[in-house]
Design a protein around this ligand. Structure first.
Ligand code: FAD
Length: 319
């Protein structure tokens, strides 16, 4: 019976995303319980330069698939690579981040391998010889435990839900060849600002809602820039075309769990809360004292966001 764990990592601009270390740590926890070795998979041409860092979180073996076709994080190509690595390693459990790319890979892999998948997990443990994953349901109203029977069990973990814990692993780095023949290698045109903070990895998220009243998000952007945060948006702001869909926070958008979440002109609909309820500290700015968001925040400011947010930004700039 297989006992090994495969943790699939992700990079941005030649550096590991934090979710990679969180996935390796989750893999280490399961590996320790099952008594199996932990392998980390690093994909892309820049993988070799950073692979060693995976050992700092307990990876025993680090496989680098350095094919340049994996550089752009295309789901079809990445799934093919992971599939081939799975065939080589025969893991009992695959841990991957529940990011946009990770969810895509996890779902495709589950279909290809006919393997059980738990998406968006906030915890994972081993009970007997079963992998048990905890995941929110009904917009975060309940936490459900899912027992995964079958091998490999695929667990996609929510970013920032499980801590990356330093641990020692043998860290043997090995370059492996994968074939990307037949995969869709679309030309990716990236319009991401260099150095832009990933919403799901950010320590601080400043979100604008319909209360922004138009396309001018600069008050929110200025505050985000001042505190090295990322900009988020409610679905209404996205539907209005004020922000790209990649900025949407919520049930049908991204799930974030920053240390500080500032909601500006957001009413606090249940579908929005589902995406930010795990934030450590929530601040709401809304001109309606009855707005539901005020019952879900740690600090509430009743006022016009176009006065309040620039005033906060100016005070922080003085520090
Ligand atoms: P509104 O509800 O219109 O609230 C705007 C707020 O701004 C109001 O409270 C108002 O008092 C305040 N305001 C206005 N002007 C100012 C000002 N000058 N200063 C201060 N405050 C001001 N929503 C999401 O966000 N994410 C999702 O992923 C999501 N998924 C959904 C999935 C489904 C299946 C469905 C049905 C809905 C989903 N929604 C989602 C939509 C959700 O129900 C709400 O409609 C949406 O979140 C409302 O966005 P909002 O708070 O920006 O707008």
């Amino acid at each position: 019976m297989p006992t090994g764990i495969l943790a699939v990592t992700e990079q941005v601009e030649g550096a590991f995303k934090n979710i990679s270390f969180e996935a390796i740590s989750a893999g280490k926890k399961i590996g320790d319980a099952l008594g199996g070795p932990l392998t980390a998979l690093v994909m892309g041409a820049e993988g070799e330069a950073i692979a060693g860092q995976a050992a700092e979180y307990g990876a025993d073996r680090i496989l680098v698939a350095s094919d340049a076709g994996l550089n752009d994080g295309l789901p079809d190509a990445c799934t093919q690579a992971v599939d081939q690595i799975v065939a080589q390693c025969d893991p009992a459990v695959i841990v991957i981040g529940a990011t946009s790319l990770g969810k895509d890979i996890a779902a495709r892999l589950s279909a290809r391998l006919q393997a059980p998948l738990a998406m968006d997990c906030v915890d994972v443990r081993v009970d007997g010889d079963q992998v048990v994953a905890t995941r929110p349901m009904y917009g975060g109203k309940v936490l459900a435990d899912a027992s995964l029977s079958g091998s490999p069990a695929i667990v996609a973990i929510r970013p920032r839900a499980m801590e990356a814990v330093a641990a020692s692993g043998a860290g043997e780095v090995e370059t492996v060849a994968v074939s990307l023949e037949g995969t869709v290698l679309t030309l990716v045109e990236k319009h991401m600002e260099s150095g832009k903070i990933d919403l799901t990895e950010a320590d601080v998220v400043i979100t604008g809602g319909r209360g922004m009243g138009g396309e001018d998000f600069c008050v929110v952007e200025n505050l985000a820039k001042t505190v090295d945060g990322a900009v988020g948006a409610s679905r209404s702001a996205v539907d209005e075309g004020w922000r790209p869909v990649s900025d949407q926070v919520g049930q049908t958008g991204k799930v974030v769990a920053p240390n500080l979440y500032v909601a500006c002109g957001v009413s606090g609909a249940i579908q929005h809360l589902a995406g930010m309820a795990s934030s450590r500290v929530v601040v709401a700015v809304n001109k309606d004292p009855e707005a539901p968001i005020f019952s879900k925040c740690d600090y509430g400011i009743v006022g016009d966001l176009f006065e309040v947010v620039p005033a906060i930004t100016a005070e922080i700039e003085k520090l």
